[in-house]
Design a protein around this ligand. Structure first.
Ligand code: CTP
Length: 399
């Protein structure tokens, strides 16, 4: 089993070649195995030796150079790659790949790889905007290749416009994100996962509502994790300020009722259902269609019980694996166990909402996963992304 993740960086010739050195350096810091292929023209800008020193690997340039080991280099790099990044990508390499030309080490490797290939173009504005280049880019995107849009500014040739290699940080983050996906286990492939996240709101009048504290981060991370592990994911979300997880079907709702309807619509069809939403348990008995005017005295608001969505699901459950969360401020384990039983869950993820560093809004969480068969897994404090990963590991172990 190979340990490090491998990124093959294709460097094609342009003034931005030197920036590829920063990309390599940043990836090496993340313990990525970086292999470099340079086109002949790239070597005119920066010597292969610089790339070799930073990547700590031999740099491939010539297809017909004597192999260092008995392997066909463009095939072996194509197979080794978990991801390929072409940076800077010239109009020439984009044009070659778009039209099936494979006549040097870089173009043959791109042709031979099954890994995802990301292009980060850099060229003169007029070249970038040229219809031929644009149609080559569109064609490659339609085949599943990805592009990181170049930045705008003053270019090396003096022209001002779009065409600068995108910011190195943007490129590195994109590579790490895609690498994570590409090397992730696909143990949820074929599974349908339904997640709820965020708060719900209960309207008092047209301008006022009551709600629960919840940023939605835990549920969004669960949805993204499930998607990255190959599942088909539906996320039912109350109002949040988060960006939608990529590749996930997001249904936006406001009220408890809306969340219940959306969840029930997808419940029968789901294999794993995780309710991370902070659902409002009460709503005002009467909704005032007019804004309630203030008086001098107190205002009494009568609240009525709303649906316990998770309890409904527990009652209806057939084949679904049902996971709930328990937000507790005291007797965490005991209270969580009661909820697990009452709502007929397979697992409950208990967290102490009074904990300072992992409470509401935090990027971290510290949870205990309790199963219906009595096992308890207490996790250390970790990012919500890692918690999400641990939750799926735990529930899949039990299947
Ligand atoms: N939940 C739900 N519908 C509700 C309340 C909670 O579906 N009306 C779900 C939550 O999404 C969570 C679990 O039930 O997965 C437990 O939520 P929590 O707020 O901890 O508990 P409650 O059931 O509301 O109980 P209490 O308020 O007494 O702590």
């Amino acid at each position: 089993m190979k340990s490090k993740k491998c990124v093959v960086i294709g460097v094609s010739g342009g003034i931005a070649v030197y920036k590829a050195l920063d990309i390599i350096s940043a990836l090496k810091k993340q313990d990525v195995d970086v292999r470099v292929i340079m086109t002949e023209s790239a070597t005119e800008f920066v010597t292969p030796l610089s790339f070799q020193s930073l990547s700590q690997n031999m740099v491939a340039t010539d297809m017909f150079a004597e192999p260092k080991a008995f392997e066909i280099q463009h095939i072996s790099l194509a197979q080794k790659a978990d991801l390929m990044l072409i940076a800077p990508a010239t109009a020439n390499i984009i044009g070659k790949v778009a039209n099936g030309i494979a006549d040097d080490m870089l173009s043959t490797t791109i042709m031979a790889t099954k890994a995802k290939v990301i292009f980060a173009p850099a060229m003169n504005t007029n070249m970038y905007e040229n219809v031929i280049v644009q149609s080559n880019i569109e064609k490659l995107i339609s085949y599943g290749y990805e592009f990181i849009t170049p930045g705008s500014g003053r270019l090396a040739c003096g022209d001002v416009g779009v065409g600068k290699l995108a910011d190195v940080n943007i490129i590195v983050n994109k590579v790490l994100e895609e690498l994570n996906k590409a090397t992730k286990k696909q143990d949820l492939k074929g599974k349908k996962v339904l997640v709820s996240a965020g708060p719900t709101i209960a309207q008092i009048d047209p301008v006022r509502f009551i709600t629960n504290r919840s940023t939605g981060k835990m549920g969004y991370n669960l949805a993204q994790e499930a998607k990255d592990r190959g599942a088909e994911v539906v996320l039912v979300s109350g109002p949040t300020s988060l960006e939608n997880p990529k590749g996930v079907k997001v249904i936006n709702v406001n009220t408890n009722d809306e969340m219940k309807d959306a969840i029930l619509e997808h419940f029968h069809n789901s294999d794993i259902v995780i309710k991370a939403a902070a659902v409002a348990d009460y709503k005002p008995k009467e909704y005032s269609t007019q804004k309630i005017k203030k008086g001098d005295g107190d205002l009494n608001l009568v609240l009525t019980r709303d649906n316990d969505i998770l309890k409904l699901l527990g009652d209806k459950k057939t084949h679904q694996l049902l996971v709930g969360f328990a937000a507790e401020s005291n007797n965490v384990i005991e209270n969580a166990k009661k909820k697990l039983e009452k709502k007929n869950l397979d697992f409950i993820v208990a967290n102490d909402i009074t904990a300072k560093e992992t409470g509401f809004g935090s990027d971290d969480n510290k949870v205990i996963i309790i199963s219906s068969t009595g096992e308890k897994k207490e996790l250390d404090k970790m990012s919500k992304k890692e918690v999400a990963s641990n939750i799926f590991d735990t529930i899949l172990e039990k299947r």
